[in-house]
Design a protein around this ligand. Structure first.
Ligand code: SF4
Length: 403
């Protein structure tokens, strides 16, 4: 992995001859490191979140490079940075907040950021840029500078790399449009699932006006502007007392009404010096279970009523596979792989869409009589067994669907 320190040194070592007149300009390594580190909680993929969770804080602090997926599904390496770490907002979990312990403020200029990105790109260290930011003095001034950095890359230097550009809360519609003309993906961070939770997370932000109105701008402008990798967002999990059900309900609106491509989740970790430093860390498995629910909805197309079975009476997911929870609650009897429809097959734990399609093709030629036949088609036999009836026998080892 290219570490943040290494990226800073590579950037510092570049002459920047290819980007304007500032050849030989000394780069502030501390700035590159601080602004790279400042994106720790900006997610571009669920796998980045998982990696950081698995490898811990040290890994995140070494960051500077993240991976994302283009509109065509290709994985790309990105230079991930803030434009500035100055911010007047008071998000309780954020080290860049005005209420957090005093820190050194750094900002790029558009030319400087374009130079660094281009140089890393030309050295094949990165394939694109993930650009987020604090608000700086004013959201529109900072947004304008971020856009200018990307415009320099795209127009002056014919940069064809991938760009994920954050839309700052409260940005003007014109800035949203300009960002969408230049970027492959844009995102506005939701952070909380509702106005009430946002008031707890960040009293200085207006949920409806600063966040949701900007998401609607993006949705509406997408009708005329190509945005290959779409609009995404992210929510902090477990910082404001919100339930998983609240997050899920918000997720449905994001996908069904606002046409988002992806919703990302970040389990809350209290950081020293922030207003929330004494709050309890959210368990990492909570984030993982939310991604599983997201997958069941987005890829398996399970409906809201079915997914409701995965939540307990208080609206939280249990730390167990939600697909198993849902199957236990909704399947009346074991599924016969010789007669089940595609929709019935993918509801069985251990059978995904690809495997369900293989089963449908296979049974055109011969009956499926043994679990071994299913295993050869890709079925996870141990998970699926209790929910299937194969060769006239239902999964017999468990009481109903297994307790
Ligand atoms: S808006 Fe909130 S989360 Fe974003 S940089 Fe400012 S304080 Fe941090």
């Amino acid at each position: 992995m290219t570490t943040l320190e290494k990226m800073a040194r590579l950037a510092a070592g570049s002459s920047f001859d290819s980007v304007g007149p500032a050849s030989g300009h000394a780069l502030d390594l501390a700035k590159v490191e601080a602004l790279g580190r400042g994106t720790k909680y900006d997610l571009c993929t669920s796998s980045a979140a998982r990696r950081e969770r698995e490898e811990g804080l040290a890994s995140a602090l070494r960051g500077g490079l993240c991976h994302s997926f283009t509109g065509s599904g290709r994985c790309v390496s990105l230079f991930k940075t803030l434009y500035t770490n100055a911010c007047p907002h008071d998000c309780g979990y954020c080290p860049n907040a005005s209420t957090s312990a005093k820190k050194r403020i750094f900002s790029y200029s558009p030319e400087e950021l374009a130079r660094i990105t281009l140089d890393l790109y030309q050295e094949n260290r990165i394939e694109g840029l993930f650009l987020s930011s604090g608000i700086g003095r004013d959201e529109n001034e900072t947004m304008e500078e971020m856009i200018e950095a990307v415009r320099l890359l795209r127009t002056a230097h014919h940069f064809r790399g991938y760009v994920h550009l954050k839309i700052l809360p409260g940005s003007s519609k014109e800035h949203v449009r300009q960002a969408m003309e230049l970027a492959d993906r844009v995102s506005v961070n939701l952070e909380g699932p509702s106005a009430a939770r946002m008031a707890e997370l960040c009293p200085s932000k207006e949920y409806e006006n600063d966040i949701l109105a900007r998401q609607r701008y993006i949705r509406d402008l997408s009708r005329d502007l190509a945005l290959p990798a779409g609009q995404t967002t992210q929510m902090v999990v477990g910082a404001a007392g919100e339930t998983d059900r609240e997050i899920f309900d918000r997720m449905l609106i994001e996908y069904d009404i606002l046409n988002l491509k992806r919703v990302y989740f970040s389990a809350f970790t209290p950081l020293a010096g922030t207003a929330f430093e004494d709050r309890k860390k959210a368990p990492a498995w909570r984030e993982h279970r939310l991604y599983q629910i997201d997958w069941l909805r987005r890829v398996y197309k399970l409906d809201e009523g079915e997914i409701a079975a995965a939540f307990d009476d208080d609206g939280f997911l249990r730390n167990s596979d939600p697909k198993v929870e849902i199957a236990r609650a909704s399947l009346e009897e074991p599924v016969d792989p010789n007669g089940a429809s595609f929709a019935e097959l993918i509801r069985v734990p251990g059978i995904g869409p690809k495997t369900a399609r293989r089963i449908l093709i296979c049974r055109k030629n011969s009956r499926i009589e043994r679990m071994g036949d299913l295993a050869k088609l890709g079925v996870a036999a141990r998970r699926a067994g209790p929910f299937l009836k194969v060769g006239g026998k239902a999964g017999a080892t468990l009481d109903r669907w297994g307790a």
